[in-house]
Design a protein around this ligand. Structure first.
Ligand SMILES: Cc1cc2nc3c(=O)[nH]c(=O)nc-3n(C[C@H](O)[C@H](O)[C@H](O)COP(=O)(O)O)c2cc1C
Length: 180
């Protein structure tokens, strides 16, 4: 495995330095190319970068995720189109969108950027604030930015500024049949 995969982790320490358009759009371009069921490409990315846009996002992000997310110069809400071409519900849009998120995290890390996904936000408030129609599901807010100084974080969060562990492959992989 390339060391890149194990070296990525979700830091909370962001620098407020802006992310250039070219860098942000390189990250989103990588996500654009991921595979999806029937090439449906259900992902949509709502980006907040200005003070006003980030304030609007802050209005629906839960306080516990704000004490550090407010430092991030870019916030991206990942939403997903939930219908197939014929109007029936898609069984795969969230799976496809997860591929896009994983690729955003990976491409960002390759460019020296942190990403941190947040599920802790109010979906209904976000839907209202950003005028998102019912046929799109809100999946996660992604914080994106350059690594910052962890000493700016509350003490309890500074202790969490280390890579997290993972289950071993022995626990995850089953030869031939599932033995869980
Ligand atoms: C969909 C999703 C939602 C998450 N929501 C939150 C969140 O609300 N707050 C938070 O601090 N971290 C959140 N995380 C970050 C995870 O806790 C983190 O990815 C996980 O612990 C693995 O750590 P690592 O990314 O540093 O390897 C979320 C991650 C994902 C993928």
């Amino acid at each position: 495995m390339h060391a890149h995969y194990a070296n990525r982790w979700s830091s909370r320490a962001f620098d407020s330095r802006p992310v250039a358009d070219e860098v942000l759009y390189t990250v989103l371009e990588a996500a654009r190319w991921v595979p999806s069921s029937g090439n449906g490409q259900p992902w949509r990315f709502i980006v907040a970068r200005t003070e006003e846009e980030r304030r609007r996002f802050a209005s629906f992000i839960r306080p516990a995720n704000r004490e550090w997310s407010d430092h991030a110069p870019v916030l991206i809400l990942l939403i997903s189109y939930t219908l197939n071409d014929n109007g029936t519900p898609s069984g795969s849009h969230a799976f496809d969108e997860g591929t896009a998120w994983g690729t955003i995290a990976s491409q960002a890390a390759l460019l020296g950027l942190n990403t941190h996904a947040i599920g802790g936000y109010d979906r209904e408030l976000a839907r209202e604030a950003l005028h998102i129609p019912a046929e799109y599901e809100l999946l996660a807010v992604i914080k994106l930015g350059y690594p910052g100084d962890k000493s700016a974080l509350p003490e309890a969060l500074q202790e969490r500024e280390v890579p997290t562990g993972r289950r071993s492959l022995n626990e995850l992989v089953f030869e031939a049949v599932f033995l869980g």
